[in-house]
Design a protein around this ligand. Structure first.
Ligand SMILES: Cc1ncc(COP(=O)(O)O)c(C=O)c1O
Length: 419
């Protein structure tokens, strides 16, 4: 049957970067091959966190809460006790002047961004065509495919600081960041997926001022950030402003399968999300929210993030960096300073093959990575750098990560030797 799809379908159906990523993830889960999966964004299984969630689920079953939750649609803003618990946590621990009317639960933060990007980009009710501005790339692969208009995202190159040894770090090029009437919102992930970059407090403060002056929302994506899961190895405290749209997720705490995203924003935006969410999903699932509500009420989620999740990834990051230095030593590799999230971002200056080709060669050897070119949403100008970088995750077992990096070393050496 030859389906006659809409033009909108061309945005969402086909070979997007997000699709490649999720296909590889699914394939890795189902495969009986001995794969080194350094590709996807799955968090690690941290035994102490598994235990917390299993105990919470046992309590839900025991008390009958599970049946009550599973048998009803919740309201489209999300599970009320959780909305109250989130607002309470931010009020008590960070002094944010917010109530439950500033909080919404979504079906994962990918779904939060789908709604936000389509609320703020495209033709406005006033006839002005607006775009979403990413202050720097590389940025999260999943942003590129969300907005209904293909040209809805505009981004720019970062400045690159080369550090001693093999390190480098991206910074926002504020000279290139002009906001105007056609800017619908500014969005940035912190820590940044794929690079592990953490924007400094100063960079975030400047973004807050610029967006405040331009009267546009600043969307801060904290999927890995503060205050939970807090996979931050550099300063990154939560900051508050009225025009801030603070996005969080339970995924990297260890619950990606329960699809729970959280948005904290001005009540007027929460009201819009409530309507949008009703159309998209009727109601988000309450299961993840209800499992963690007691952890939010007591503040225990902050202790778990700081004392369990963050140290786990900090150790993994240090190991992965050490393996890169060992197995890539005789190549001209550079590595972005690992300041957070669950990835390393590698740069191979002058790489004679594209990172897409390198990805294919690695896949043929059962090592999954993500080629760099997908992480530059909205960057219109050509830039060789895109094809010289790739992302590896260090969330999987140490054995898998070390073996994957060792094979990566062989393939990178081969590519340079061919060049
Ligand atoms: C930076 C960033 N934002 C958002 C998401 C979406 O996460 P979820 O929909 O599981 O909350 C991810 C997932 O990997 C991510 O890396």
């Amino acid at each position: 049957m030859a389906y006659k799809f809409s033009t909108l379908a061309s945005r969402y159906v086909g070979h997007t970067g997000t699709r490649l990523l999720m296909d590889d993830l699914g394939e890795a889960l189902e495969s009986d091959r001995d794969l080194c999966n350094l590709g996807g964004g799955n968090p690690a299984r941290i035994p102490a966190m598994d235990e917390v969630f299993r105990a919470a689920m046992a309590r839900e079953l025991e008390s009958g809460a599970f049946t009550r939750l599973a048998a009803v649609y919740d309201g489209p803003q999300g599970y009320r006790p959780f909305l109250r618990a989130v607002a309470g946590l931010f009020r008590r621990h960070f002094g944010w002047p917010i109530t439950e009317e500033h909080v919404a639960v979504t079906a994962g933060s990918q779904s939060s961004f789908f709604m936000l990007f389509n609320l703020f980009s495209g033709e406005g009710a006033d006839g002005v065509m607006r775009h979403l501005r990413l202050p720097l790339t590389p940025e999260y692969i999943g942003y590129g495919d969300l907005a209904a208009r293909p040209d809805a995202i505009v981004s720019s190159r970062p400045s690159i600081e080369l550090r001693d040894g093999r390190d480098f770090k991206y910074h926002i090029d504020f000279d290139a960041l002009t906001l105007g009437p056609e800017t619908g919102a500014v969005c940035v992930s912190r820590p940044t997926n794929p690079t592990g970059n953490v924007l400094s407090q100063d960079e975030v403060a400047r973004l807050m001022t610029l967006t405040g002056e331009a009267d546009v929302p600043l969307i801060l994506d904290n999927a890995y950030g503060a205050p939970f899961p807090n996979i931050l190895f550099a300063a990154g405290e939560p900051l508050y402003a009225q025009h801030l749209v603070y996005c969080l997720s339970l995924s990297k705490l260890g619950l990606p399968g329960l699809r729970t995203g959280i948005v904290i924003a001005h009540p007027e935006l929460i009201e819009a999300l409530r309507s949008f969410n009703a159309i998209l999903t009727l109601a988000s699932s309450s299961l993840g929210a209800s499992l963690v509500t007691p952890l939010f009420e007591s503040g225990e989620v902050l202790r778990l993030a700081n004392e369990v999740v963050q140290p786990f990834y900090r150790e993994r990051a240090a190991l992965a960096v050490a393996w890169c230095h060992r197995y890539l030593a005789d190549t001209p590799f550079r590595i972005h300073v690992a300041e957070g999230a669950i990835f390393l971002w590698l740069w191979f200056p002058g790489l004679p093959v594209s990172s897409q080709r390198l990805y294919e060669r690695l896949k043929a050897r059962n090592v999954l990575v993500i080629p760099g070119q997908y992480f530059f949403p909205g960057l219109a100008e050509p830039w060789d750098h895109r094809d010289e970088c790739l992302r590896i995750s260090y969330a999987q077992s140490a054995r898998e990560v070390e073996q994957g990096i060792a094979i990566l070393g062989e393939e990178v050496r081969r590519a340079y030797a061919e060049g």
